[in-house]
Design a protein around this ligand. Structure first.
Ligand SMILES: *Cc1c(COP(=O)(O)O)cnc(C)c1O
Length: 329
């Protein structure tokens, strides 16, 4: 009976119009004689706001009762919080963001402003720990809580599905089966889902997650636990034997650019791929090093940053008032 109820709430008829399958590009200019580089273009998952959060939220939002207030959490300029506001608003939800301070960059400021333009209700907090209390309170108040990065079992499971989408593209000859996949490891949902998807297919593909968050030792174990939960949810086995966590590209911390990241950003741009300093430049630096190592014949970089323009959101967005400046370090 419990399952009946969750079935009906999961089928609330809400479908985010994802643009699937996302394309796969071969990047000849950054390939070598030994290794061919491919890119899974998840920047294009949704016309309004792409990136990896759209796939996760498409599934998560199916389970949110109508008109319920959504509460989620992240750093001040979180792409996940912005995505939740944009898609939540689309389905008529008020979205509250429990935000903790982040190093100030143009990206962070424009994300906060874009969120405010879409009705984001900001709940300022000092750290991830105090954010936890806020979320607990929200849960007790009957609001719908979405965890950091949308990395719950349902959100992460969307990335296991995404690997099946990739497998279909392999079958169709769009790309060969990749020998290695490289993805950013933040809150871990994306990597956990991909890890489970790879095992479901029985692929002998190594999965490299590039840590970008603080503290650097936490991301790997969290992701592995989440992957086990996703596997249980999907009723499959998970060993994690092909999963590798790479901590060497994070630099001084979350949101702080690295030289290696800046250097590859220019190369990627020349190849038509736009990266950001917080997540994707660090991951792409690791990807190009893996390509240069010549260990694999085919490497797939799974791109996670939205390439949709934020201009429509910023056009009527308020300037940041003194009240929100405390969110910037
Ligand atoms: C959130 C995010 C990630 C990290 O994904 P997780 O599932 O949280 O690990 C990577 N890249 C971009 C651009 C993101 O916004």
């Amino acid at each position: 009976m419990m399952s009946d109820e969750s079935e009906t709430t999961r089928k609330n008829g809400r479908n985010l119009a994802l643009e699937l399958p996302t394309p796969v590009d071969r990047i000849d200019s950054l390939s070598t004689e030994k290794t061919t580089l491919f890119v899974k273009r998840d920047d294009l998952t949704h016309k309004t706001y792409g990136g990896n959060k759209a796939r996760k939220l498409a599934e998560i939002l199916k389970g949110v009762p109508r008109e319920k207030t959504i509460v989620t959490v992240g750093a001040a300029g979180s792409n996940h919080v912005l995505a939740t506001v944009i898609f939540g608003k689309h389905f008529g939800h008020v979205v509250e963001g429990v935000l903790f301070p982040q190093v100030k960059t143009d990206h962070v400021v424009s994300n906060i402003r874009a969120g405010l333009s879409q009705g984001l209700v900001i709940r300022k907090t000092s750290s991830l720990l105090t954010a936890g209390f806020r979320l607990l309170w929200a849960l007790l108040s009957g609001k719908f809580v979405i965890t950091v990065g949308g990395s719950n079992v349902v959100g992460a499971s969307a990335y296991a599905d995404a690997v099946h989408e990739l497998a279909k593209q392999v079958e169709e000859g769009v790309l060969p089966r990749p020998d290695a996949i490289v993805v950013t490891l933040g809150s871990g949902g994306t990597m956990a889902g991909i890890a489970v998807g790879i095992e479901e297919l029985g692929w002998e593909t190594d999965l490299v997650g590039v840590v970008v968050t603080d503290p650097p030792w936490a991301a790997g174990p969290f992701m592995r636990r989440l992957a086990s939960s996703v596997a249980r949810f999907r009723k499959v086995r998970f060993t994690g034997k092909r999963v590798r966590v790479e901590r060497g590209y994070r630099g001084a911390g979350y949101g702080i650019a690295t030289e290696a990241g800046d250097a590859v950003m220019k190369k990627a741009h020349a190849a038509g791929l736009h990266l950001d300093a917080t997540y994707t430049a660090k991951t792409f630096a690791a990807t190009l090093d893996l390509v240069a190592s010549g260990q694999y014949e085919n490497v797939l970089y799974w791109h996670t940053l939205s390439s949709a323009s934020k201009a429509p959101f910023l056009e009527h967005a308020p300037e940041l008032s003194a009240e929100w400046k405390g969110l910037l370090k």
